[in-house]
Design a protein around this ligand. Structure first.
Ligand SMILES: [Zn+2]
Length: 310
């Protein structure tokens, strides 16, 4: 059943990448448990990386809570913020230099354009606020996977020539207080075989548009930080929720532009509530913490027959 290579020279490296923006719920717990099992079955290394780049929502107490809750579930990792390791630091807010280097490389390769659109500009160009934003779960995919297709305003004004850096762009050394977007190759089909969900297919410019890689508030986007870290940490398989499938398509484009090798992908189906809605961090009744306080055991949580999104 396992697709893990058996060659002794193959060193599996997986990762757990929680965002400390709330308490982890049962869905996160199951996805992280899968990541743990995959690494263990491959006799590989599991890395814990804290994805705390969202300055508005990340909280130190959730960092502690995530580590505690995952340990309680029985998940063990070999490298991480609490353990150290050869690729430290394992906290994204301390890895800015790596992200700036990736941003610069993309800029020099002519993959980016500066975007001066405000949120209001985007809403006006796209019509009403996007439905997905309201239905968001507070997870990573909330503002990412379902990010509305960028209307192209600044791309049109950027004088962009494919494969050629802009006249002044490559001279820039730091991103500055502006959004930078990755120009996607419109119409290109991005295909990959997910280790769990099978063949996946997305069309650039249709399923997702020019996405932000650097935010005007001074932090890289999830997409950029994720590929830069997965490459720097030698991750060979990414296990995460199916809400990030479209992010994977974007990250394949980033990996190609940066010259990084794609890891294998394994997306877990999302646990939903009895109304079929995705679980949200703000809904506390299914947080690992609450379930534990109610006396449930890890075994019970991991083996429960929960509905999943199909
Ligand atoms: Zn713009």
């Amino acid at each position: 059943m396992s697709s893990s290579p058996t060659s002794p020279s193959f060193a599996y490296r997986g990762r757990l990448a929680p965002s400390p923006t709330g308490y982890l719920h049962v869905g996160h717990g199951r996805t992280f448990w899968t990541a743990f099992l995959r690494a263990r079955e491959a006799e590989g290394t599991l890395v814990m990386r804290m994805e705390d780049l969202d300055p508005d929502r990340s909280r130190a107490n959730y960092v502690e809570a995530a580590i505690e809750d995952l340990r309680w579930l029985g998940i063990r990792w070999q490298e991480g913020p609490d353990k150290g390791g050869p690729f430290a630091p394992y906290v994204q807010s301390k890895r800015t230099a790596i992200y700036i280097a990736a941003w610069r490389k993309l800029l020099q390769r002519g993959c980016l354009f500066a975007c001066r659109c405000s949120r209001k500009d985007l809403e006006n160009a796209l019509g009403a606020p996007h439905e997905q934003t309201q239905a968001g779960t507070g997870g990573k995919a909330d503002a990412l996977d379902d990010e509305p297709i960028y209307p192209g305003t600044c791309r049109r004004h950027s004088g962009y020539v494919p494969q050629l850096p802009g006249p002044t762009a490559s001279a820039l050394d730091t991103p500055g207080p502006i959004n930078w977007r990755f120009r996607v190759p419109d119409g290109e089909v991005i295909e990959f075989v997910d280790q769990n969900l099978g063949p996946q297919r997305f069309v650039a410019g249709k399923d997702f548009g020019d996405f932000v890689v650097w935010r005007r508030d001074g932090v890289p986007s999830y997409q950029l930080a994720c590929v830069a870290d997965d490459a720097a940490m030698g991750i060979t398989e990414v296990v995460r929720g199916a809400d990030l499938l479209k992010s994977t398509a974007r990250q394949i484009l980033l990996n190609r532009a940066l010259g990084f090798k794609d890891p294998a992908w394994y997306h877990c189906r999302l646990v939903v509530d009895h109304n079929g809605r995705r679980l949200a961090k703000r809904h506390d009744t299914l947080s690992l913490r609450t379930l534990r306080q109610r006396g449930l055991t890890p075994m019970k949580i991991l083996s429960a027959d929960l509905p999943v999104e199909t």
